[in-house]
Design a protein around this ligand. Structure first.
Ligand code: SF4
Length: 188
């Protein structure tokens, strides 16, 4: 582990929790970032690694809305794209772990056909299970023997309970977090 000011704690966070501009037209609930979640991580000195948005990678930013269900995206091509992205992410996670960092949590987005954690939209309504990308991503984390708590953020609903769930995964903030002006900084 490096001997400097870094906390050595990171979270892997669904792309649109940091960038709502990636959402399908008509589904963004926030102007830019989902601030309560990002603030929580920042206050706990947890670095944020932004996951790729699999739908943008596969279909582009201006992708059509469609029915926005798991079935809509469930094609061999999309699964192959998700697998490739997931393997890259797990490679990154492994590098951080090898460098002495701890992956604190992985945050998905409930209600997404791709990034849901526990409840995914289907043609028959909400169903138990993960979205396609998270299904594959979490399997890759398990394959790499990386045990990390996973929380799904309900962007468009009351987040109180979910934020408590995230909070339970977080370390106690570094004392210096109460005095931002006293942090030292290097050139890079
Ligand atoms: S939930 Fe996942 S697929 Fe949907 S916009 Fe966010 S990152 Fe992209």
């Amino acid at each position: 582990m490096a001997h400097d000011q870094r906390s050595g704690k990171i979270a892997f966070v669904a792309h649109c929790l940091l960038n709502q501009n990636a959402k399908v037209e008509g589904t963004a609930s926030w102007p830019a970032m989902v601030a309560p979640v990002i603030d929580l991580l920042s206050q706990a000195d947890v670095g944020v690694v932004q996951l790729p948005c699999p739908e943008v990678e596969h279909l582009g930013v201006g992708r059509p809305t469609g029915e926005d269900t798991k079935e809509q995206y469930d094609t061999p091509e999309y699964r192959a794209c998700c697998r490739q992205l997931a393997q890259h992410v797990v490679g990154q996670a492994q590098q951080y772990v090898n460098a002495g960092c701890q992956v604190i949590c992985i945050l998905g987005v409930e209600g997404s056909p791709s990034c849901s954690v526990t409840t995914v939209p289907t043609r028959n309504g909400p169903a138990d299970g993960s979205g396609i990308f998270f299904e594959i991503l979490l399997a890759e984390f398990r394959k790499a023997d990386l045990q990390v708590p996973v929380v799904g953020i309900p962007e468009a609903a009351d987040m109180t309970q979910t934020l408590d769930q995230v909070r339970r995964t977080l370390p106690t903030p570094h004392p210096m977090n109460t005095d931002q002006t006293s942090r030292t900084s290097d050139q890079d």
